[in-house]
Ligand binder design. Sequence first.
Ligand SMILES: Cc1ncc(COP(=O)(O)O)c(C=O)c1O
Length: 396
Amino acid sequence: MSDSFDIAAFRSNFASLPRLAYLNSGSYGLLAGSVRDAFDQYMATRVEVGADWGGWVGDLESVRAKLARLLAVDADEVAITGSASSGLNSFAGALDFSGKRNKVVVSNFEFPTSAQIWHAQERAGARIVHVNESEEAVIPLERFEAAIDGDTAIVAISQVCYRHGGRIPDDDIRAIADMAHRNGALLVLDSYQIVGTTPIRPRDLNVDLCVGGMLKYLLGTAGIGFMYVRSDLIGDLVPRASGWFTQADIEAMDIFAHRPSPTARRFEGGTPPVPSCVASVAGLSLIEDIGLEVIGEQVRNVTRYTLERLRDAGLPFSNPDADERRGPLISIPSVDDEALVTALAKENVITSCRDGRLRAGFHAYNDEADADRFVAALQVSRSLLDLSRQAGPGRF
Ligand SMILES: Cc1ncc(COP(=O)(O)O)c(C=O)c1O
């Protein structure tokens, strides 16, 4: 573990620790005291002042600036949206699928949103081709190579799969970006299931778009998402969805024209999600104070420790062993995933489930004691695990 990281001090921000072994950050991150204080302050201002327009717009820009720093991109390349879905929809609506270049290659790691939005474009002429994963929670690069061609407009991938936690390694993302760009296509990366747990650098990964949101590992809240768009693409992309906050001059209030902002703001919409911005400033500050390198080391170590304990206990899990193929999410095959989540919750071990697997999402506030409680609780509920899968990585 990093010497510079005082995990006890970090954990003290979260009132429900250590009562809970909270392993559900892949659904919703824990509420920190400072985020709650930010909500309280917002409510106090609403009561006492009413409209604090300047403050609210300031918080929106503060979220944008903090995200830009975390992603190492320009603030003008970041749209702050009501959800990851809304940014993606705005982008998709700026594309033209009426010609020959109408193919969208979608990985099967996608969260429903990041596939459904492309299927919704079928009405506009898009053809969707899915790229399947292997039995080991891996998508072999050859499958992308076979799917991407000169008709491809978009390649859409998720960095970490929300179902089982399998991760596309950075080198593979760069290789997929090369394939897309060689063929004249754009690469869209959904980082929602990893952003906040390790440094994500869209420019180093060579992706054209990167989406995520604030309610999971970025420690903010619901009702707010973000979308990075590479600066040199923005001018050519004019979304059909619009609104006054997308305009070059918000204060022009011009009802006779549509003049989209030259920045990624053109992918936003109407009034910003003010309470969500206020909370997100506080959540992002916590992340910035520790730093993503340090958080990344803690998350990597605690997930690796958990996999070792699972292996020692002879319990199955569905994650590849290699660190670069793992995000913060560990998944456990189950014969009744909902009953398993309920059984663990009775032991104050908080998890979630998808698709026949229990999901445990680790953040930097999770320590080895949380991992031990998790493994002990799984042993108590052994009958709910799918023991037909051998203990060990990546067997589905
Ligand atoms: C990987 C991933 N992408 C997208 C989403 C959807 O985000 P939103 O609800 O902000 O559109 C989620 C939500 O859980 C997710 O896990």
